[in-house]
Design a protein around this ligand. Structure first.
Ligand code: ADE
Length: 247
C-alpha cells in the first residue's frame, strides 16, 4: 500500500510504501509550551503518537532568547504598538532543527496566512517532517518569512493571542489522517469536507427519544438505501449551512 506520494525537487514522484513507514515528525516552536501539552495527551492524537505514527516535539523558543533576559522580541522599527519577534532566536532554532533533518515545510501560523481546510490537511499529512512556528505579539520580523517560511496558515478570519491553538488544531487534523490513526480506516474519509460535503446526521440508541424517531431507513438494514439517504442528507445539509462548498 502506498501511504505517501509527493513530488521531489526535480519533479520526480516519490512514493513511500507502508512497510517503509516512518513516524511523521512535527516540531512546534513556541513561547508557550504549556499551551501545547494537553492537545497531544488525549484521544486519537495520543494513540497515534503511542503507535509511533507521529512524533511531536515542542520547542521552547525562550531557550534561544538572547542575553541574560533571554530576549525574543523588540520594538518595531517605524514605531507603533506591540512587540515584534526578533530574527536571531527563531533563525538559530530553525537552523539547529534543519541540521538534524530535511523539512518538507516550515509553516508559520498566522491570521494572514492561507485559510486552513481539509485539502491542506490531506496534503500536509503526506509530509515526513514539518516545523510549525507559533507567532506572538505583533508577529515575526518579516525576514524570517523571507528566509525560512515555506507556508503561512490561518485557521480562520479572527485573531487569537498566538499560534499555539492553531498549531494544535492543524496537528489534530493531520495526525488523525495518518494511516492506522483511526481504527475504522473509512471513517476519516467519511468526515465532513472530505468530498466537499458536510457529514450527514448520525443516530444511535434509543431508536426513539421524547417522540423523536430515528429515520426508518437507518433501521432498514438496506446498505444501498442507507448510503443514498446519507448522500442526500449531506447535500441538503451542505446546501443549507455551507452553499459555498457546492459552487
Ligand atoms: N495566530 C493568531 N491568530 C491566528 C489564526 N487565526 N490562525 C493562525 N494563527 C493565528
Amino acid at each position: 500500500m502506498i501511504i505517501r506520494a509527493k513530488v521531489g525537487k526535480n519533479g520526480e514522484v516519490i512514493l513511500t510504501f507502508a512497510n517503509e513507514f516512518k513516524a511523521m515528525h512535527i516540531d512546534i516552536i513556541t513561547l508557550h509550551p504549556g499551551l501545547l501539552e494537553s492537545p497531544f495527551q488525549h484521544s486519537i492524537v495520543k494513540r497515534a503518537i503511542e503507535k509511533k505514527l507521529a512524533d511531536v516535539t515542542i520547542i521552547n523558543l525562550r531557550d534561544y532568547g538572547l542575553g541574560n533576559y533571554k530576549q525574543v522580541d523588540d520594538a518595531p522599527f517605524g514605531g507603533g504598538a506591540g512587540m515584534v519577534m526578533t530574527i536571531e532566536p527563531i533563525a538559530n532554532c530553525i537552523e539547529e532543527l534543519k541540521a538534524q533533518r530535511t523539512y518538507d515545510d516550515i509553516i508559520y501560523m498566522t491570521p494572514d496566512g492561507e485559510r486552513f481546510n481539509q485539502q491542506i490537511a490531506n496534503s500536509l499529512s503526506m509530509h515526513q517532517n514539518i516545523i510549525l512556528l507559533c507567532g506572538h505579539y505583533k508577529g515575526i520580523d518579516d525576514r524570517i518569512r523571507q528566509l525560512y517560511i515555506t507556508k503561512e496558515i490561518s485557521i480562520g478570519d479572527y485573531v487569537l493571542s498566538g499560534g499555539e491553538l492553531p498549531a494544535a488544531i492543524l496537528c489534530d487534523a493531520i495526525i488523525r489522517l495518518l494511516p492506522g490513526a483511526i481504527s475504522d480506516e473509512t471513517s476519516a474519509l467519511s468526515d465532513s469536507f472530505q468530498d466537499n460535503l458536510l457529514a450527514p446526521p448520525v443516530y444511535t440508541r434509543p431508536a426513539e427519544y421524547k417522540g423523536l424517531k430515528v429515520p426508518d431507513v437507518l433501521l432498514s438494514g438496506n446498505p444501498k438505501q442507507i448510503d443514498n439517504w446519507r448522500h442526500e442528507q449531506s447535500i441538503e445539509k451542505t446546501r443549507k449551512s455551507r452553499p459555498d462548498l457546492l459552487s
